[in-house]
Ligand binder design. Structure first.
Ligand SMILES: Cc1cc2nc3c(=O)[nH]c(=O)nc-3n(C[C@H](O)[C@H](O)[C@H](O)COP(=O)(O)OP(=O)(O)OC[C@H]3O[C@@H](n4cnc5c(N)ncnc54)[C@H](O)[C@@H]3O)c2cc1C
Length: 516
């Protein structure tokens, strides 16, 4: 054993190795969609296991740099990104990660096809999936609320398959006073008087505390027009373009890039708007309602990226367990190691089934094929999906790091990044508690609890008394029963427990429904 060196884990084409994805898509996608999607996913799975890994490595080892001044002292606020990061943008456009959803070639299944692409793309993308989420969300908000000129100006870029014309978008909500609670937003919007290429209506003044993808061409942001009410009610949604035609920032000053726990390749800046030209979207007010159309998309992206991340962690653990020996045999031949992997794979399968169910509901909504009950479920379950998949992906990543023993804790194996990057899934786009409360809001505003209960009671899992479903169902019924006559504070106190149970139940329903 003197010259023993351990072989590391390896990846192969991530579509071909993903039996669950293939089985699900073959079951759900119509034949014409399969004909295009399956070879496309196969090609992307190959890229994800080869060239994208090299680009991701480059992007991670050359994080973005903020250059505030040129050599002569002029303020330039450049953000320099690596070649690997730029390559991710090119691949995203070429593969139509955003475009596939908006071409709507396969009706409601376009979202399923697109989310399958994202699922393969994201774990090899060094989190370029974050700008893509906001890009997709911006396209949807503009589709719903933009004027014809705004749609014509921005949507073709956001949904382009040509890397030369593709744009990404930012979503700037968080200020120093809060990201969950944006009622303290202090960005002001005054009437705009000059000329602007995109018909600016206002100029914005304020500070944004977290702006990911600061290299994007456009952003959607919240601000308070002159004379508008205090609190969330007075907020409106605005469109802005970051740079003018000479590539200079449009009255935006970047203060610094955040030094983050993970997502190292992703530029996330603090910046101030100093008279930035912006165009109000969809008239004054209802800013929160309008930006919710972005959040619906980014939360589903977060979920798909979380399960893609968990799949990657598990692929690495599965590969290593067939290469590493302890106590005279491969790890995979130890019953307890096998069992630990099985638990994690089960959790993963639940998240997969839940995520793609919601992706399909989103697709149905976008092409007008959703019925009233499904719409209520989409509204209620989107926050649940986000919080549930984020928590599971984080737990799976932590276990996988442990499954590598000491190697899992050593930076140049690349494994610690699995854990660092997974943590963000639980924070951005709404934390676990904030999303649990959002589910309660949907119970109240949409009267969705009876719809959810009916969904459970008519499911195959309920009718066939699937054991994993029934044990959670009993817990759920008991909890709901005990809350029926209690105060709003008691509902709040139990919101997280209720949301996690809901996540367990919906995923069990989907596993049984699709025989996954
Ligand atoms: C890497 C990264 C990139 C980001 N990029 C962006 C971006 O591009 N654009 C953007 O707008 N934002 C961005 N954010 C910000 C992110 O969305 C916020 O950090 C997040 O929404 C939480 O807001 P906060 O930081 O103000 O925390 P807070 O809202 O202060 O929350 C602190 C804690 O309080 C809990 N909490 C809050 N309210 C309640 C309640 N009512 N009941 C129970 N618990 C509660 C939360 O769950 C949390 O645990 C980014 C964050 C990170 C980490």
């Amino acid at each position: 054993m003197k010259n023993f060196y351990q072989d590391g884990p390896s990846l192969t084409n991530t579509f071909q190795s993903d039996v669950l994805l293939q089985k699900f898509l073959k079951k759900i996608l119509p034949a014409d969609c399969q004909k295009q999607a399956l070879p496309h996913l196969d090609r992307l799975g190959q890229r994800a296991a080869t060239e994208m890994l090299t680009f991701a490595e480059d992007a991670e080892s050359h994080p973005p740099v903020h250059v505030p001044f040129d050599p002569w002292g002029r303020r330039i606020d450049e953000i320099r990104v690596s070649a690997g990061w730029k390559a991710m943008e090119k691949i995203a456009a070429e593969e139509g990660i955003v475009a596939t959803a908006y071409e709507r070639k396969y009706g409601s299944y376009s979202r399923v096809y697109q989310m399958a692409l994202l699922y393969l793309y994201s774990p090899s993308s060094a989190i370029f999936s974050c700008p893509l989420a906001m890009t997709d969300g911006a396209a949807r908000a503009l589709e719903l609320y933009g004027t014809p000129e705004m749609k014509t100006r921005a949507i073709p870029h956001l949904t382009s398959r040509d890397p030369k014309t593709f744009w990404t978008a930012g979503q700037w909500m968080t200020e120093r006073t809060g990201g969950s609670d944006v009622s303290g937003t202090s960005t002001d919007a005054h009437p705009f008087t000059g000329d602007s290429e995109f018909g600016a209506t206002h100029s914005l003044h304020g500070t944004k505390w977290f702006t990911s993808a600061t290299t994007s061409q456009m952003a959607l942001t919240l601000a308070r027009p002159d004379g508008a009410a205090a609190g969330s009610k007075g907020l409106s949604l605005f469109y802005l373009e970051l740079r003018n035609d000479q590539e200079q920032l449009n009255h935006i000053q970047i203060h610094r890039l955040k030094d983050k726990l993970g997502t190292k390749a992703l530029p996330t800046a603090e910046l101030s708007l100093q008279g930035t030209p912006a165009r109000m979207i969809g008239g004054e007010g209802d800013g929160i309602k309008k930006i919710a159309s972005v959040l619906n998309i980014t939360r589903i992206y977060n979920s798909i990226c979380a399960i893609g991340h968990a799949r990657r962690a598990l692929d690495l653990a599965q590969s290593y367990s067939r290469k590493r020996k302890a106590f005279g045999k491969l790890l995979i031949d130890h019953p307890l190691h096998q069992e630990t992997l099985r638990w994690l794979e089960d959790d993963f399968r639940r998240c997969f089934a839940f995520s793609f169910h919601i992706a399909h509901l989103l697709g149905k909504d976008e092409v007008g094929e959703i019925n009233a009950k499904e719409r209520t479920l989409l509204r209620t379950l989107t926050p649940v999906l986000k919080l549930y998949t984020a928590k599971k992906a984080l737990a799976i990543s932590s276990e996988v790091v442990e499954m590598f023993g000491g190697a899992g804790y050593v930076e140049d194996t690349g494994l610690p990044r699995l854990l660092r990057d997974a943590q963000v899934f639980t924070i951005w786009e709404g934390t676990t508690n904030v999303l649990s409360l959002d589910m309660l809001r949907a119970f109240e505003k949409e009267q969705s609890l009876p719809v959810l209960i009916e969904f459970f009671k008519t499911s195959k899992a309920f009718k066939t008394s699937a054991p994993a479903f029934i044990s959670k169902w009993n817990e759920f019924e008991t909890l709901i029963g005990s809350l029926q006559k209690s105060t709003p504070d008691e509902w709040e106190r139990h919101a997280r427990q209720l949301a996690l149970l809901t996540g367990d139940l919906v995923s069990e329903c989907m596993i049984v429904e699709h025989e996954l």
